[in-house]
Design a protein. Structure first.
Length: 249
């Protein structure tokens, strides 16, 4: 799946929230193709409701805003080596109070609650390099965007949460890292990429690499961060953005 590198996740159990499309699906397919036992979540009733290659994966319906459902999901597992907190997205007009609150719950609180619910499973992992929690951050973790007053602060909070988990859980053999995705094609960004060419052009001007990202670009970094090759990396957020964070306006 990835050019120039292979991973071995045989014997590992991987849970990916929102693993039915975009970045989550690319991560799920990457872990599956590397031999992992992959569990994905989505909001629809079953895997057959999605037009995607979900073969050889276990599907579980989940609303990440439902704290009791997060606990139930963790309780249903007997082993876990990698948790990828991918589910998220902006929640309508976030300048409205209810949408703002919902965005914090979906993009930040759910990461804390699911990671906490899975803590003992991850602690029991014998995967080489240690168990991993991986989050998907964003350029809105670092830059203000007027249409994401909830999503942006939630993703900024995710970066800080990853630092805290990395420092707090390292002694348990659990690493925590995140990938801050640049402008990458997904369900969230497709309307922008297809209908706002001026914004895309301005983004590419700032980048060193003059293209938008693909889900596989982010998945490659996720698999690296949870692999034994990253055994001494924790509490970090890696921008995978074509150089956007290095550029100047």
């Amino acid at each position: 799946m990835f050019r120039g590198v292979t991973y071995d996740y045989s014997g590992a159990t991987v849970l990916i929230t929102g693993g039915t499309s975009g970045i989550g699906l690319a991560c799920a397919q990457g872990y599956r193709d590397a031999g992992g036992e992959v569990i994905i979540t989505g909001r629809k009733g079953g895997a057959s409701d999605y037009d995607a290659d979900l073969s050889n994966m276990t599907y579980k319906q989940l609303d990440v805003a439902d704290r009791s459902a997060l606990s139930a999901l963790a309780d249903s597992l007997t082993q876990l080596d990698v948790l990828v907190n991918n589910a998220g997205g902006s929640q309508g007009n976030e300048w409205e109070a209810d949408s703002f609150d919902q965005s914090i719950v979906v993009n930040l609180s759910s990461v804390f609650h699911l990671s906490s619910a899975c803590k003992e499973l991850l602690r029991s992992s014998s995967f080489p390099g240690g168990a991993s929690v991986v989050g998907i951050a964003s350029m809105t973790s670092y830059f203000g965007f007027e249409w994401t007053p909830g999503y942006g602060p939630a993703k900024a909070g995710l970066v800080q949460l990853i630092k805290t988990l990395g420092m707090s859980w390292g002694q348990l053999g659990i690493r925590a890292n995140a990938v801050a995705a640049g402008l990458t094609r997904s369900n969230l960004t497709t309307p922008v990429l297809d209908n706002m060419p001026d914004m895309v052009e301005e983004t590419l001007k700032r980048q060193g690499l003059k293209r938008t990202g693909e889900p596989e670009d982010i998945a490659a970094a996720v698999l690296f961060l949870s692999s034994p090759a990253a055994a001494w990396i924790t509490g970090q957020t890696l921008p995978v953005d074509g150089g956007f964070t290095s550029g100047m306006n």
